[in-house]
Each structure stands twice: as structure tokens, then as C-alpha cells.
Ligand binder design. Structure first.
Ligand code: FES
Ligand SMILES: [Fe+2]
Length: 416
């Protein structure tokens, strides 16, 4: 039976069937991931002509490649002969063309079919080129859509632009690098649970209690304090884009980079601070130095986790792959950039504190969805939200404003 999204998502309550139903998942692949815009790569992953990374759009295989014209292309990774994957490694360089491993058909970086071996037998046949997605790049972040009639990119990205701008503001050169490779973490979890969890300001004292006990982490003063002491917020930026203003809780300069009060600032961080103060107005420099990069989600599959980038590739309804990589600042010292690498390993590496805890809790939640449909209660804080003139909604960081922001946008798309 087709899902009635207006009934299944109502007044802050959503049905557990939305996470557990194969029909819903297939409809999401079509309406969200095939008809809409999705994040596919950062362009610094493929700096040279022929460099590629393998990515999915929805469940379908694609290659993101730097073309001979230096532009980023997103082309199908399925041979138009009999669908064999053209590239099977995660990344590499194509050295001139894509040649299918099976019968040797050759394609250009723009998807054009260049050669079919033993051509006499296929004379007169209408062989196809590789389908290509429409590509847009903002601040080096590459987005793609398979829908020629998708909404305009600017409309889709909306306030997500401000989120990316704030990431770029943190780099003294205004540019970032995402080229150290990805940690791949697979969980038996519906993809939406990991999105909800990433913008959940309510779970830190519980899921991450061991982190707070073991380490002197900065989160202790920002999101791991009692409810009335919290000054940080959840923001519904509309269009499915969401932020938790964790950085607003920091009270000391460059706390987000691990600087501790009463200790001398390391030389590379001092150099960074000076560069930011020279580059920006006092107001922007203050924002960068105190708050740092945002903790924010860009619909449907990109998450900026302060100094890290995370994106999602799902295998099926209950298998989700999270890929994470540190954000490095182009032109900054190796010493500074190595700090971001260490921060990423410490929070999102295979034996880190945050990632396995979040993976475990979302797997348990996903298991809980199996059975008779039940109401998922996301009504926390509904009566204390503040709606701005631009429609942007702000509330206490522990409020489920962030989950409702996701579901409201989801409902709009899925009901269309
Ligand atoms: S499947 Fe690719 S050439 Fe036959
Ligand atoms: Fe978490």
C-alpha cells in the first residue's frame, strides 16, 4: 500500500514505517536522490585531468571525473553495452578514456562512446553514450542531479550557501581541501536515522557520556551541560538544511581547535589567528576565532561536522555508509592541517569516541523500527520555537526542531 505522507508525518510525530518500509525507500531514491540535487564530491579530490572518484547517486553507480576541459563531470559508471561497472576502484586516474573491462568499449570523460571493438558485427546498431548528470559547484562542493527539470540549483541550496560560506571563511585562503581520503563506516541503519542523529543536540550526555568522562573535550561546556545553562541553538534553515550552533557555546578564542585557557597558544595556531584577523572584518574574524566552522546538514546527504565533512551513500533500506574526511585549509601550514587530520581521527576514525557510539545507537534504533508501526515522537520544544521574518526557525539546541526541519522538507518532497 502506498504511503500517505501527510498522515505519516503530522504534528511532530512520524511513523516508524517511514524508516522500515521498502516501498518508502524506493520512493525516496526516486524523489529525493534521482529527481533532486545531491552532494557527490569535493573538487579537490580530483585536481588533475582524468582523476576520478566513484560515487553513487541514490543506488546507481557514477564516476566523478575531471574532464580534458578541466571541468568536473559526473557520468554513469555503467557500461552502455551490458551494464558492467567501468571503474571499480574508489579513486584513481583514467589516463585518457574509460575502457570497459568486459568487451573493451571505450568512452570519453564526457561519456561519449569512442570505440566498439570488432565493429563490423555491430554496424548500424545505435549504441549509446554514457548518461551524464547536471553538475553545479559551490565553494568546491560538487552537487549533481539526474533530473533535467530539477529545481534551480540556487533554489535547492538556499541557506546552505551561508553554511558553506562560513566553512570557507575559516580558511585564510578562502579555500579548503578535502583530499586526504575517506573513512568508510557501514551500519545497519536507515539513512534518515544518521541524519537525525547528526543534528540531535539532545543525546550527547547519554550516547557520548564516556567521551566526556575520558577526555577534556570542548563539548563539555557547550552541549554537555544542564538544560538551563545551554546557550546553543537548533536552527531550521528551511529547504531541509539544519544547524546546531555548537560553536556559539565556546567562550575562548580557538577553543574549537583545542586551545585551552591558561596555556600558551601554539605558534601555528597563533599564525592562523593572525591570518584570519588580517583577512576578515572584526565581526567575521570574531565569528571564525570563537565559533569555528559550523555543525550543519545540507539536504539530503551532506553534513559539515565542524572541521570534518561527512556524506552518505546507502546500499539499501537498512544499510548506510557514512564517509568522513577532515577539512584542510588550502595554503595553511602542514602543522595546522595535521591538527584537523588528528581531530578527524579522534572523533570519526575507526576506534574513535564519537562515530562508533553514534553508529551503535542508530543500529539499535533501526532494529526497534521492525514490527508494528509505532509513533516516533519528535515534539520536544515545539512551543518554544522562534520563527524569524525569513521563516528560519530557532530553538533550544536539545529541541527536536532539527528533526522536524528534516521531516517537514521531506514531507514536501515525498508528497509531490
Ligand atoms: S559490458 Fe562493457 S563492453 Fe560489454
Ligand atoms: Fe552523536
Amino acid at each position: 500500500m502506498a504511503m500517505n505522507y501527510s498522515e505519516a508525518i503530522k504534528d511532530g510525530i512520524v511513523s516508524s514505517a517511514l524508516y522500515a518500509d521498502d516501498g518508502v525507500f524506493n520512493e525516496e531514491i526516486e524523489k529525493i536522490f534521482t529527481q533532486g540535487w545531491v552532494y557527490v564530491a569535493h573538487e579537490t579530490e580530483i585536481p588533475n585531468v582524468g582523476d576520478y572518484v566513484r560515487r553513487n547517486i541514490g543506488l546507481e553507480a557514477f564516476v566523478v571525473v575531471r574532464g580534458k576541459d578541466k571541468k568536473v563531470k559526473v557520468i554513469s559508471n555503467r557500461c552502455t553495452h551490458r551494464a558492467t561497472l567501468l571503474v571499480h576502484e574508489d579513486k584513481g586516474n583514467l589516463r585518457g578514456s574509460l575502457t570497459c573491462w568486459y568487451h573493451g568499449w571505450v568512452f570519453g570523460f564526457d561519456g561519449k562512446l569512442l570505440n566498439v571493438p570488432y565493429g563490423k558485427g555491430s554496424e548500424g546498431l545505435d549504441h549509446k553514450c554514457l548518461p551524464a548528470a547536471t553538475v553545479e559547484i559551490y565553494g568546491g562542493f560538487v552537487f549533481a542531479t539526474l533530473n533535467p527539470d530539477a529545481i534551480p540549483f540556487d533554489e535547492y541550496l538556499g541557506n546552505g550557501k551561508k553554511i558553506i560560506d562560513r566553512v570557507l571563511d575559516c580558511s585564510p585562503s578562502g579555500k579548503i581541501r578535502v583530499d586526504t581520503g575517506w573513512v568508510r563506516y557501514e551500519t545497519q541503519t536507515n539513512w534518515k536515522l544518521q541524519i537525525e542523529n547528526n543534528v540531535d543536540g539532545y543525546h550527547l550526555n547519554y550516547v557520548h557520556a564516556s567521551l566526556g568522562r575520558a577526555l577534556d573535550v570542548r563539548y563539555k561546556d557547550t552541549v554537555m551541560v544542564s538544560e538551563d545553562k545551554l546557550t546553543t541553538e537548533a536552527i531550521d534553515f528551511l529547504g531541509g538544511h539544519i544547524e546546531l550552533t555548537i560553536g556559539a557555546g565556546y567562550t575562548k578564542p580557538l577553543e574549537w581547535l583545542g586551545v585551552k585557557e591558561g596555556r600558551e597558544m601554539p605558534a601555528d595556531i597563533k599564525e592562523y589567528k593572525d591570518a584570519i584577523e588580517e583577512k576578515h572584518s572584526d565581526e567575521v574574524a570574531h565569528e571564525v576565532i570563537y565559533a569555528g566552522p559550523p555543525h550543519a546538514y545540507i539536504f539530503p546527504n551532506l553534513f559539515i561536522a565542524e572541521t570534518n565533512i561527512i556524506f552518505y551513500q546507502m546500499e539499501d533500506r537498512h544499510t548506510n555508509v557514512q564517509l568522513s574526511s577532515p577539512i584542510l585549509f588550502e595554503g595553511s601550514s602542514d602543522k595546522l592541517n595535521s591538527r584537523f587530520l588528528r581531530l578527524c581521527e579522534g572523533s570519526l576514525g575507526p576506534s574513535s569516541f564519537l562515530l562508533p557510539d553514534d553508529g551503535a545507537i542508530t543500529e539499535r534504533q533501526s532494529r526497534g523500527h521492525i514490527g508494528r508501526p509505532m509513533d516516533i515522537d519528535l515534539r520536544r520544544g515545539m512551543d518554544r520555537e522562534v520563527v524569524g521574518e525569513d521563516g528560519v526557525i530557532t530553538s533550544h539546541i536539545t529541541d527536536e526542531t532539527s528533526q522536524r526541519a528534516f521531516w517537514n522538507h521531506y514531507k514536501t518532497i515525498m508528497s509531490s
